[in-house]
Design a protein around this ligand. Structure first.
Ligand code: GAL
Ligand code: CA
Length: 329
């Protein structure tokens, strides 16, 4: 009896030490911590790692690819079991994949998509994100729906929609595709879109505010029928500029519909106050959870097809976008 007990004890102890030594260590890199959407993403990844019993380190690339490259080298040298990378420059993903491959470490990219050729170059490279064109289409639809429901929104009565487009970062899929598909959705709704002005504001609220102030001066708010921003922070920057011109403060005759993407809390608050028309949920929670679940399965030899998220083409997990409004104004 005693012998059985001791043997059982040894067996249990060996199981414990074995699972301990196999703890999954995730090395994650974020392009820049100072980004409202990526903060939501980081929080989701940390929470999920804790639930999964995995250890996660998250490094701030400070919007500098060479800083991020050094962080990846450190992770690999320190023996992480898997990488989750939000590249600063998505075109640098190949170099990251090559390093991971040489060390035989799986790598899950998030938010900034490597090209299909890059992903194909390593069987343990994956991407978790949302389809940029979907968010573009949905934000364009929000504007088109508003324009149809509010004939007075066509300020110059020409049947066309004169809008300002605030673009994210150069070369980013979310910039290119959200811009293209938001405009496409407006024309698909039967309204001719006219971009009267546009600029790159790098996802940034302050840059967007400065740019919008300049447009308000040069174009005049009475000539602007909508503002389409590639994300909420830039939409909020535009809202600040509008408010400084006494627009979007409750007087229906002084209102310009503004849409963004992300559904960050600050944008939802602005919508509740009637300052912003709508946004599109960029589901950071599900993207963060999916990235960690995939990473843990890859690192521990688990079945990646039973983590609760569908894997497409053996490479991608796509998390859907969703339109968000606050009812009729
Ligand atoms: C987008 C998001 C932006 C910004 C960017 C960073 O998906 O909408 O707000 O976070 O990613 O790559
Ligand atoms: Ca018009």
């Amino acid at each position: 009896m005693r012998k059985v007990f001791i043997l059982t004890l040894i067996f249990v102890l060996s199981l414990v030490s074995c699972s301990y030594s196999e703890e999954v260590k995730i090395g994650s890199c974020i392009y820049r911590f100072n980004d409202a959407f990526m903060l939501r993403f980081r929080n989701a990844m940390s929470e999920e790692s804790e639930k999964a019993g995995a250890k996660i380190d998250i490094a701030d690339g400070q919007d500098d690819q060479s800083t991020q490259d050094a962080q990846i080298d450190d992770y690999i040298n320190n023996g992480v079991s898997v990488l989750i990378v939000n590249p600063v420059d998505r075109m640098s993903s190949q170099a990251i994949i090559d390093k991971a491959k040489a060390a035989n470490i799986p790598v899950v990219f998030i938010n900034r998509e490597p090209t299909p050729e890059m992903l194909a170059s390593y069987e343990k490279a994956y991407y978790v994100g949302a389809k940029a064109e979907e968010s573009g289409t949905q934000s364009g639809e929000l504007i088109a729906e508003y324009f149809k429901a509010h004939p007075e929104a066509d300020k110059n009565h020409d049947g066309k929609l004169q809008f300002i487009l605030l673009r994210g970062q150069n070369g980013h899929q979310d910039m290119i595709l959200r811009s293209r598909y938001s405009v496409q959705a407006i024309s698909d709704a039967g309204i001719e879109p006219v971009e009267i002005a546009g600029a790159i504001a790098n996802w940034d609220k302050l840059q967007a505010m400065t740019i919008m102030n300049a447009f308000l001066m040069s174009i005049g708010p009475e000539n602007i029928e909508a503002v389409i921003a590639n994300n909420d922070e830039m939409a909020l920057g535009a809202v600040e500029a509008l408010k400084a011109s006494d627009y979007n403060k409750g007087d229906a005759s002084m209102y310009i519909p503004v849409v963004g993407v992300d559904a960050n809390a600050s944008a939802l608050d602005a919508m509740d106050r009637g300052e912003m028309l709508g946004t599109v949920l960029n589901d950071a929670d599900n993207q963060g959870i999916a990235a960690v679940k995939l990473a843990v399965a890859l690192a521990s030899g688990g079945d990646i097809n039973s983590i609760g998220y569908e894997i497409t083409d053996n490479k991608y997990i796509w998390v859907p976008y969703q339109k968000v409004t606050r009812g009729e104004k």
